[in-house]
Ligand binder design. Structure first.
Ligand code: UD1
Length: 375
């Protein structure tokens, strides 16, 4: 009989792609998802992109009874369900902590009662738990700074300074061993996910792995969600004839990884015997500035590459740079991202062009500004 995987958040952006991949490898897949209105729209029904072979159970991860019943017929748990807006998590603190941290607690408590038939657990963590990435200072060597100070940001000096000698320092690939400095409620919730899953997995002898996703992009990323990733936001603004809004000076960078590469990394972790008890970065190992990413998207859409609204503001808790050291995933899982940003952006833009989306970014930025979270 084929192995049965339950994916919480399985109707979402990353979960549905992993579902497709698992089906193609002969697994049976069930999605457990609350079809969150902010992501799927009001009164949403089953998303059209969700593979027809995936059974969808609509439910909340905090509904212990429904989760337990659904899990009873699965061998493998993939826990992706989460509220994911970093900025929004800074004012909807109870909602985020309830869905994310309490949700994981409810799920794990049920798992402990069913441990005998569960072969593997995989949980989605996030690069956001690092806070700032690793940097190299020309004088001090490797440094792990915390967030830039309020005074520094107020004076619009965006680049990271060495926490020891205050010289400018440059970003370096961030390994899993970097100390964690989560800077948002969302990031704290994600660290909770990771630690809760790994400790319960260890205590109950269930092989468990946490995946630290870097900035995932690709089709099915919720476009009407104002708190979605920057790639989808830029593409939908450009298609709506509006200039993308760039925070800071656009020189901040991220590691953009295509969602299909994320799915592949997760499959490798599910199948590998060397992944138990481990955390893995899932990125490309390549950093790209927000401005470069925006220009690539504009170029692909045939829009001007210099019509960006660089607003010289910053979002509270935003980091300047973080990109993945991918050597652990490479060594233990044999993982390497294979979709180039150029190819991925082409696909993203084709998909965004086929969607109708209301652009909610101005609304989201106003909400952050009102609360002093974007200045
Ligand atoms: C993102 C995800 C987070 C995930 C993490 C790692 C979102 C909303 N956040 O966080 O869930 O855990 O990656 O995968 O998907 N920016 C602009 N203009 C905009 C929007 C953003 O300039 O309109 C800038 C931001 O200031 C930031 C950068 O783009 O510097 C990236 O922002 P975002 O896409 O929100 O991602 P992260 O905060 O890195």
């Amino acid at each position: 009989m084929s192995k049965r995987v339950l994916i919480t958040g399985g109707a979402g952006f990353i979960g549905s792609h992993l579902g497709d991949l698992l089906l193609s490898k002969g697994y049976t897949v069930k999605a457990y998802d609350n079809l969150e209105p902010q992501v799927h729209g009001e009164n949403a029904s089953r998303p059209g992109y969700l593979n027809s072979e995936i059974e969808l159970i609509v439910g909340d991860v905090r509904d212990a009874e429904l989760f337990a019943e659904t899990m009873r017929t699965a061998d493998i748990l993939v826990h992706f369900a989460a509220a994911v807006g970093v900025g929004q998590s800074m004012y909807e603190i109870t909602r985020y902590t309830s869905i994310n941290t309490m949700g994981a607690a409810v799920v794990l408590e049920e798992i402990t009662k069913q441990k005998d038939h569960i072969e593997k657990m995989l949980v989605a963590s996030s690069m956001s738990i690092y806070g700032e990435g690793l940097y190299i200072c020309p004088a001090c060597g490797e440094v792990t700074p915390k967030l830039r100070s309020a005074e520094q940001l107020a004076s619009r000096k965006w680049d990271m300074l060495c926490p020891v000698c205050a010289r400018p320092c440059v970003p370096a690939p961030t390994p899993e061993t970097k100390p964690l400095y989560p800077t948002s409620v969302y990031a704290i919730n994600k660290r909770d996910h990771e630690e809760l899953f790994l400790s319960i997995g260890d205590a109950y002898n269930i092989p468990t792995t946490a995946m630290r996703f870097f900035n995932a992009y690709g089709d099915r990323q919720a476009l009407s969600n104002p708190y979605t990733g920057v790639g989808a936001i830029f593409a939908s603004r450009l298609l709506n004839g509006k200039p993308p809004v760039v925070f800071e000076d656009g020189g901040q960078s991220r590691d953009f990884i295509h969602v299909r590469d994320i799915a592949r990394g997760c499959l490798l972790a599910i199948e590998s015997e060397r992944s138990s008890g481990e955390v893995f970065n899932l990125g490309t190992g390549r950093k790209l500035s927000i401005m470069e990413a925006g220009k690539a998207i504009a170029r692909e859409l045939g829009r001007p590459v210099d019509n960006f609204l660089v607003n010289n503001q910053y979002r509270a808790g935003d980091i300047r740079h973080c990109y993945a050291d991918i050597s652990r995933a490479e060594k233990l899982l044999g993982f390497k991202a294979s979709t180039s940003f150029e190819d991925g952006v082409r696909e993203l833009c084709n998909w965004v062009a086929s969607q109708t989306s209301s652009d909610m970014v101005d609304h989201a930025t106003a909400e952050l500004s009102e609360r002093g979270l974007a200045k």
